[in-house]
Design a binder for this molecule. Sequence first.
Ligand code: URA
Length: 211
Amino acid sequence: MRVQVVDHPLVAHKLTVLRDAKTESPTFRRLADELVTLLAYEATRGARVEPQEISTPVATTTGVKLASPKPLVVPILRAGLGMLDGMTRLLPTAEVGFLGMVRDEETLQASTYAHRLPDDLSGRQCYVLDPMLATGGTLVAAIRYLFEIGATDVTAVCLLAAPEGLDVVTSSFGADAPITVVTAAVDERLDENGYIVPGLGDAGDRLYGVV
Ligand code: URA
């Protein structure tokens, strides 16, 4: 597994405003969207392309286009939805699948309550959107599901990650697994409730309110 922390002043600035407890939902949503677009730029660095002949107004030349099959973007409901527009802005031809996962707040175990994905992900580059890589339970369950239906290459885009969560993903799939985690920061630790410290609180609640 590869972990890429995107080191950029705009990423650090937007993340700081997201962390601030005084930042209200409308600003939080806008900044999360902008931050994901910056993370998406790095997350798609390995996107597969194939040659494409084109004519400019002056001459013909060979450029590239995204290779088939189309990449698949998979937001994990509900908080991952707040990352979807930021990701598809850079990958407008991607298809979008959905995974609904919920974490039991006592056991911290993740389970799937809904999914809408292609039957076969062979050959697809898959981008999972999960804002908070905390205990790792949700991301491990999501990646396991994608591997089961044929994915061979998964990139997780996370606003924040905790060292404990990264360790769980590595120990679940092995250090050589074809998994990349792209994040704006790896924070200090988890607290006793499974929240990332210093973190930014509950990402779903901050995006959508406490419902
Ligand atoms: N989920 C969140 O939304 N925030 C955390 O800090 C951990 C998990």
